[in-house]
Design a protein around this ligand. Structure first.
Ligand code: NAG
Ligand code: NAG
Ligand code: NAG
Ligand code: NAG
Length: 365
């Protein structure tokens, strides 16, 4: 039985949607950054959550297990990056602003995902986006055992993104015409990391619905709602698919309705619909050994993920969020369950922590 839970990231995230006082005038989501013109750091702010912790120019010099590269890719089933903490045994909530890129392939100037991390991955390429959902051993990516994590995206509580200054590209959008050597920026993207799962989505800005398909305001309801999928543990598969219904949108009595996540201080007493994966087709299954030939061997420089503290220490402290500590208690929540059509059950649970109410979505498979 799989228990999958995602806690909300932090009270601060909700605060920012209510009071925009700390919202920057140059949000990350509005920054057009061609792959050929990436600056050292795309975020130039020093106040608020502090300066960007890593950098966006990533090359052979920065390709090591201490890399602070914050430029990622979602290309193909064998070629994608996740954002995860720079130092071992961290919670996503504590480190959301300073996550770094961990990639399946060499050549991106980032850390390599360690062997044994990826346990099952499904990629779905739809007209509007590329979505990857997978099962992971999150401790190999420096995520504390038992952390149910949260959302990373190009929005963020202050518009600077999580990680701050994180950039994402793909060479697999239709604009590339199959040319792997050119990259298109995706300004709208989301990752949920935690509960030994991840889901990642990069939307194609040239398509009409990118904002809705990569909506980032549903940070309290996890992968089940933000990236409904048929991912299975132990299976590695790439599919084509239809676009999902935008998060929050559902049809009730023939009427399309939109549910909006309430402010962080308000309990979610249930989401009024059960998400179902969009139709997928042309699925091709691979062995993990055939896909992931570049992964890092475990144990480089002594820690499980091969990370050392040196490169990371400089910038982390200024970016951490005092409210995020509350997410540490999310595993203690109680749950209720309801069924969905895929035969899995899903419940929503709640905990009160000192910084506010935290919700976790549990999925049992
Ligand atoms: C996925 O499968 C691996 C290997 O069998 C197992 O260790 C892990 O616990 C599974 N993950 C989840 C989330 O069930
Ligand atoms: C490689 O990346 C680092 C870190 O961003 C940067 O300082 C350096 O100038 C880059 N090197 C080249 C040759 O671009
Ligand atoms: C991870 O951090 C927690 C909390 O600080 C601590 O209790 C635990 O022992 C640490 N685990 C490892 C493997 O270092
Ligand atoms: C692009 O690269 C991916 C792997 O990174 C590969 O599977 C795919 O076949 C490549 N496509 C082309 C057209 O070269």
């Amino acid at each position: 039985m799989l228990k999958l839970a995602y806690s909300s990231l932090m009270a601060a995230a909700a605060v920012s949607y209510v009071s925009a006082q700390s919202f920057v005038s140059d949000p990350l989501v509005d920054k057009t950054v061609p792959y050929t013109a990436i600056p050292y750091q795309v975020d130039i702010h020093t106040d608020g959550r502090g300066p960007q912790s890593g950098y966006n120019i990533c090359n052979s010099t920065t390709e090591n297990q201490d890399s602070m590269c914050q430029t990622g890719f979602i290309n193909h089933l064998d070629d994608f990056c996740l954002f995860a903490p720079p130092e071992a045994n961290s919670t996503i909530g504590d480190t959301e602003g300073i996550e770094v890129a961990w990639c399946t392939k060499k050549g991106h100037g980032a850390r390599l995902i360690p062997e044994g991390t990826l346990q099952g991955v499904q990629l779905v390429q739809s007209p509007g986006y590329i979505q990857i959902v997978g099962y992971i051993d999150q401790t190999k990516l420096n995520i504390a055992n038992g952390d149910y994590g949260g959302e990373l995206d190009s929005g963020g509580q202050d518009g600077r993104g999580n990680p701050i200054g994180g950039l994402l590209y793909s060479n697999a959008f239709p604009s590339n015409n199959g040319d792997n050597s050119t990259y298109q920026q995706g300004k709208r993207w989301t990752y949920f990391m935690g509960g030994n799962m991840f889901c990642a989505k990069i939307c194609d800005d040239t398509q009409p619905n990118a904002e809705a398909l990569c909506q980032h305001i549903y940070d309290r309801i996890g992968c089940a709602y933000n990236a409904p999928s048929n991912a299975q543990n132990g299976t590695f598969v790439a599919c084509k698919g239809d676009d999902m219904s935008p998060v929050g949108q559902y049809v009730s009595n023939g009427v399309t309705t939109t549910w909006t996540q309430p402010a962080e201080t308000v309990s979610i007493t249930g989401v009024p619909y059960t998400p179902t994966p969009a139709a997928s087709s042309s699925c091709v299954t691979y062995t993990s050994a055939s896909l992931y030939t570049d992964l890092a061997s475990v144990g480089i420089s002594g820690s499980p993920a091969g990370a050392s503290a040196t490169a990371a220490s400089a910038s982390g402290s200024g970016s951490s969020n005092s409210h995020a500590a509350a997410t540490k208690s999310s595993a203690d929540s109680s749950s209720t369950a309801s069924s969905n059509s895929a035969g899995t059950a899903m419940g929503i649970s709640f905990v009160s922590a000192f910084a506010g109410v935290i919700l976790s979505a549990y999925m049992f498979a």
